[in-house]
Design a binder for this molecule. Structure first.
Ligand SMILES: Nc1nc2c(ncn2[C@@H]2O[C@H](COP(=O)(O)OP(=O)(O)OP(=O)(O)O)[C@@H](O)[C@H]2O)c(=O)[nH]1
Ligand SMILES: [Mg+2]
Length: 352
């Protein structure tokens, strides 16, 4: 195994050029099926060659909603690539993640946000709520996602925030009713939709299934009609503002989230300590931080079995993402108190 000079890598500044170069562009992740995204029903979002029209549209669309309603799933299915990680556990997304959708007619910049939640005692949770609510400001269209048939206390709390933003800035609002594959019978849906319409008066109310890509073409059509004319800001090939380093850390966290299930400690984060690529090989060192040694044992599993499985699942995805072989090494370290310490959070990339 090749030795990696960890100190050297840690000193390397993540300068803008490196970030831009590393920004995830279309063509680097090709095998959708391996990400659990099947071709069936996927939105034909990107032309092979895009030439922006002279009078193209351009705008920002923020997707908000309580945890677990399917915001990140929606983003991934619109783009046809896994930009934002997903899981059945609430509070999977922790940062704002941009997903850039380009076509000849223009460019939509989707902002996926952490689920807004009411019980936000820790600094990490406060950061997540901040990341979500900041995303509501200065956008062209606000998409508020709910889960068909459900309007929880948390949804209503977000409804109040949305109403406030709408009143203050007149931002157009779409309420997206997701998971109609699960809870979309007429008996449930019709009274539910008319209640939402009466209560929140959105500009559009659209039932969809993000997971099955149902009715996403309606959403895209509505957005095309709502976004202002403007010069597309991002390169037509670019899919996100996030670096490969960030995406790699997120993929590892996703595998942990999915494999730990109910044992998952909320106080877990992943930091990439080293990320070195040459033509056909990438060395990635991931550090998994937890708060207590009992959590470390959970992550490692019996004789290291769980960590090994997380590592091999993540490696397979990272190889597809990077289009080359990956040597992935994972460590687990206890760093107590990180999730409730503003300075520790900042140093771990939770930066406003
Ligand atoms: N049945 C069904 N499940 C869905 C649909 N969309 C998302 N899901 C599932 O809902 C769960 C949560 O999806 P996410 O996309 O991670 O939800 P999120 O709103 O981004 O959650 P946070 O990041 O925690 O705020 C996952 O298990 C998804 O597979 C859908 O249309 N139908
Ligand atoms: Mg999410």
């Amino acid at each position: 195994m090749t030795e990696i000079n960890r100190d050297e890598d840690q000193q390397a500044p993540a300068d803008l050029t490196e970030d831009l170069q590393a920004a995830f562009t279309k063509g680097r992740a090709l095998d959708l099926a391996s990400f659990g995204i099947t071709d069936e029903g996927l939105v034909e979002s990107q032309e092979p060659v895009i030439e922006f029209d002279d009078n193209a549209y351009f705008g920002h669309v923020t997707i908000i909603g309580r945890p677990n309603v399917g915001k990140s799933t929606l983003l991934n299915h619109i783009l046809g690539e896994k930009i934002s990680i997903t899981s059945r556990k609430p509070q999977t997304t922790r940062h704002q993640v941009l997903g850039i959708f380009s076509e000849n007619e223009g460019q939509m910049v989707f902002v996926d946000t952490p689920g807004i939640h009411k019980k936000a005692n820790k600094a990490l949770n406060k950061y997540m709520n901040r990341a979500a609510t900041q995303g509501m400001k200065d956008v062209d269209v606000l998409v508020w996602m709910v889960s068909a048939g459900q309007l929880t206390e948390e949804d209503e709390y977000i409804g109040e925030l949305v109403a406030k933003v709408k009143a203050e800035s007149d931002t157009p609002l779409i309420i997206l009713v997701n998971k109609i594959d699960k809870n979309g019978s007429h008996e449930v849906l019709l009274p539910y939709l008319s209640n939402l319409q009466a209560k929140y008066n959105p500009d559009h109310l659209i039932p969809v299934s993000a997971l099955q890509s149902r009715n996403l073409d309606t959403l895209l059509n509505v957005l095309r009609s709502m976004l202002p004319k403007g010069k597309p800001f991002f390169d037509k090939e670019q899919l996100t503002d996030r670096t490969l380093r960030f995406l790699a850390a997120e993929r590892i966290r996703e595998k942990l989230t999915r494999q730990l299930g109910d044992e998952l400690p909320h106080e877990l984060t992943v930091e990439i300590e080293a990320f070195k690529e040459d033509d056909d090989l990438a060395h990635i060192h991931g550090l998994i931080l937890v708060e207590r040694s009992s959590q470390k044992s959970i992550v490692i599993g019996k004789r290291g079995a769980r960590l090994k499985r997380v590592g091999s699942d993540a490696r397979v995805e990272l190889e597809r993402l990077l289009g080359k072989k990956v040597m992935l090494e994972l460590w687990v370290r206890v760093k107590s108190g990180w999730s409730d310490d503003e300075r520790a959070l900042q140093s771990l990339g939770y930066v406003d």
